[in-house]
Design a protein around this ligand. Structure first.
Ligand code: NAP
Length: 364
C-alpha cells in the first residue's frame, strides 16, 4: 500500500527513551512525517537538539528534520493538535490520571492517539492492540468516537514484555490448542525503566527481582488482548491464568521471558508447535505494513538462544525470537522468548499500530 500524502505526526514525550526511539524509527518513514515534538515544561521552548543535550541516547544522529523543531509543552494540547493528525504518546507523569486526561484531550481535538503509556490500558472502549493478535478489536473505536464526540480516539500498546510470550501462545491457541496456565519469568533490560532509570551502582553486577507494577501488568493485560469485543466493551478472556516473576537485569535492550505452559485439553507434539510457530502470520504481514516483520515469530534451534545481544535486532527488531522448546516436568512445555523492548515493545510497536490504523482506514 502506498499513500498519497504523508500523515503529520507528533511525539508527546519526545525527549525520553521511548520518544527518542520514535524519532529514530520514524526517520524516512514512508507514511509518517514528524512535525511536532512535545515534552515537559522544562524542555519546552527549546529546539529539540538543545533540549536533549547530553541525553540523546540513540546509536544514530538526531534526524536532520527534527533538530530545529521547537519543543512544545505536552499540556499545550491545542497548539500541538493544530500541527498534526496523529500523536504518539510516550510521556511520563507519576499521576496516571493526568496522562489519561491529556490523552483524552488530544483525542477530543480530533487526533488519533497511539499510546505507550499504561494510563488508558483499562479504559473499557480503548483497544490494547498487538496487531498480530487482536487487530479485530479496532472496531471498538466507533464506540469510543461517540464518547469523545470527535473523530479522534485512543489506541494503546500493552506492556513492553507481553509480546515475548503472548504471540507464541496466541499462535498455538489459534491452531486449536488452548492454553490454561502459564508461569512467566521475565529478565528485563534497563532501558525499560526510561532514562536515567535505575542507578548504575544498583544495576551493575546485580539483578533486581522487582519492577513496580510489572507483574500485575504481565498477568492481566493478556486477558484483555485475548478478549473479544461484545457490544460496547471488550470482554476479557479470564480463563488464562498467568503467574509472573519480573526481574531487572543489566542488559541495555531486550526483554527475555522464560515460560512454562499447560494446555487446557489437547496437547500438541513438539513438532506441531514448531510448525505452528514457523507458519504463523497475521494481518500486518498480509497488509505488508512497513514495520511488520516478515515473520512475527522466529525460532532459533541453537540450544543457547535467544540472547538479547545476538537476537534483539532480528527483522527490524520487530520479530519475537523463541528457543529452547522442551517438555516441562511440572506443566506441559517450556520455552524462552525475546523481544526488543524499546522497538517492538515500545516505539516500533506503536508505529505498527499506527500503520494498521492507516491501512484499516481509521486515519487518513
Ligand atoms: P523517560 O525516558 O523517563 O521519558 C519521559 C518523557 O516524559 C520525557 O520526554 C519527559 O520530558 C516527559 N515528561 C516528564 N514529565 C512530564 C510532565 N510533567 N509533562 C509532560 N511530559 C513530561 O520514559 P520512557 O522510558 O520514555 O517511558 C515513557 C512512557 O512509555 C512511560 O509511560 C513508560 O511506561 C512507557 N513505556 C516505556 C518502555 C521502555 O522500554 N522504556 C516500553 C513501553 C512503554 P522531559 O525530558 O522534558 O522531562
Amino acid at each position: 500500500m502506498s499513500i498519497q500524502k504523508k500523515i503529520k505526526v507528533g511525539i508527546l514525550g519526545a525527549t525520553g527513551m521511548v520518544g527518542q526511539n520514535y524519532l529514530k524509527l520514524l526517520d524516512n518513514h514512508p507514511w509518517f512525517e514528524v512535525v511536532a515534538l512535545a515534552a515537559s515544561e522544562k524542555s519546552s521552548g527549546k529546539p529539540f537538539q538543545e533540549a536533549v543535550t547530553n541525553r540523546w541516547l540513540m546509536d544514530t544522529e538526531i534526524p536532520d528534520d527534527c533538530k530545529e523543531i521547537v519543543v512544545d509543552d505536552v499540556k499545550e494540547v491545542r497548539a500541538v493538535s493544530e500541527k498534526c493528525q496523529m500523536v504518539f504518546s510516550c510521556f511520563e507523569i507519576s499521576d496516571k490520571e493526568l496522562i489519561k486526561e491529556y490523552e483524552e484531550l488530544y483525542a477530543k481535538e480530533g487526533l488519533a492517539v497511539v499510546s505507550n503509556a499504561s494510563a488508558n490500558r483499562w479504559t473499557e472502549d480503548v483497544p490494547m492492540i498487538l496487531p498480530e493478535i487482536n487487530h479485530k478489536h479496532l472496531k471498538i473505536i466507533d464506540i469510543q468516537r461517540k464518547r469523545m464526540g470527535s473523530q479522534g480516539f485512543i489506541v494503546v500498546k500493552p506492556n513492553c514484555s507481553v509480546q515475548s510470550y503472548l504471540t507464541p501462545v496466541f499462535a498455538l491457541e489459534q491452531a486449536g490448542f488452548e492454553v490454561e496456565k502459564m508461569i512467566v519469568n521475565t529478565l528485563q533490560a534497563v532501558s525499560g525503566a526510561g532514562y536515567p532509570g535505575v542507578p548504575s551502582l544498583s544495576m551493575i553486577d546485580n539483578v533486581i527481582p522487582y519492577i513496580s507494577g510489572e507483574e500485575e501488568k504481565s498477568e492481566k493485560e493478556p486477558q484483555k488482548i485475548l478478549g473479544s469485543v461484545v457490544g460496547e466493551k471488550i470482554n476479557n478472556r479470564s480463563t488464562l491464568n498467568i503467574s509472573a516473576h519480573c526481574n531487572r537485569v543489566p542488559v541495555v535492550d531486550g526483554h527475555l521471558a522464560c515460560v512454562s505452559l499447560k494446555f487446557a485439553e489437547k496437547k500438541p507434539s513438539r513438532e506441531e508447535i514448531l510448525n505452528i510457530w514457523s507458519n504463523f502470520s497475521s494481518k500486518p504481514q498480509k497488509l505488508n505494513l512497513p514495520f511488520a516483520p516478515l515473520n512475527p515469530i522466529t525460532y532459533k534451534e541453537e540450544e543457547n538462544r535467544p540472547q538479547p545481544r545476538l537476537d534483539r535486532n532480528t527483522d527490524k527488531a520487530m520479530t519475537v525470537t523463541l528457543g529452547r522448546l522442551r517438555e516441562c516436568k511440572v506443566f506441559d512445555y517450556r520455552f524462552v522468548g525475546l523481544s526488543h523492548n524499546t522497538a517492538r515493545g515500545a516505539a516500533g510497536g506503536g508505529i505498527l499500530n499506527a500503520e494498521l490504523l492507516v491501512a484499516e482506514g481509521y486515519v487518513s
